[in-house]
Design a protein around this ligand. Sequence first.
Ligand code: 13P
Ligand code: SF4
Length: 300
Amino acid sequence: MNIIEEIKKLQKASDAVILAHNYQPGEVQDIADFTGDSLELARKATDIHAAVIVFCGVHFMAETAAILNPDKTVLLPAPDAGCPMADMITGDQLRELKAKHPDAKVLCYVNSTAEVKAESDLCVTSANAVAVARSLPPDQQIIFVPDRHLGSYTAEKLGREFILWPGYCPTHARITENHILAARSAFPGSPVLVHPECPKPVRDAADAVLSTGGMCRYVKGREEKAFIIGTETGILHRLKQENPDTLFHPLLEQAVCPNMKKISLEKILWCLRDMRTVITVPENVSGRARRSIDAMLAVN
Ligand code: 13P
Ligand code: SF4
């Protein structure tokens, strides 16, 4: 039996569903039951009928699935797969910031710990941050944590100013506007799509700013048959599979998130065999964090 057959056998025996983020290694995306961006995965997690969820992504994603499924077992095949951006703000730091701005509503990027979500009013993803922020009254003061880039992008789209936390994604921070200049001259005529976690000069130099799921939708039915993709390179696997006649060039080959690459077929096999590592969220945090996620899902 090869490793994929073994995984499928264990998966069936334990009534497990495998969810994967778009940045996962190609072979992990290929065995997953569902691959998507953070919003698609959060939505999917509200509609799971299996007893076990194997989450192929990073810690905050498995935590979100656990918050939405308190009666299911959520497994993270690589327990050390964290997100440095999510760890850039703690619950205590957010409480301090809120105390300084008592009238502000807190929007937290889904790339945050359960404790930070519990201290927030509304959760957002890169796919819906603008729509969620727009659902608040125009004169509402807004604190946005932890990603200063998604925060400034959202504020700009609304023509507003937010109170921003200085967090960022180290993988997207590596991308610069010079990479766009070089890519445009190497692949003239190819639209440049970048993620809103990129710094402002990169966003300004791009043709479109989109979540990873947004990129998958954008390229469908376009006349152009080549695109330059400015985000973590794992998304290229899905883009190529869904559009076999289109070329996709990474804006920066080195835009690789080491945490997203910690999951492998072997680790999925071990995780199903040993039923670990189980991700749980304490009840006193989970209930409040769920409110901010539900508030986001209600906007959409
Ligand atoms: P999306 O796939 O939701 O665009 O998120 C990107 C990301 O950085 C997840 O960690
Ligand atoms: Fe975190 Fe960036 Fe990796 Fe996404 S790509 S998990 S934001 S470090």
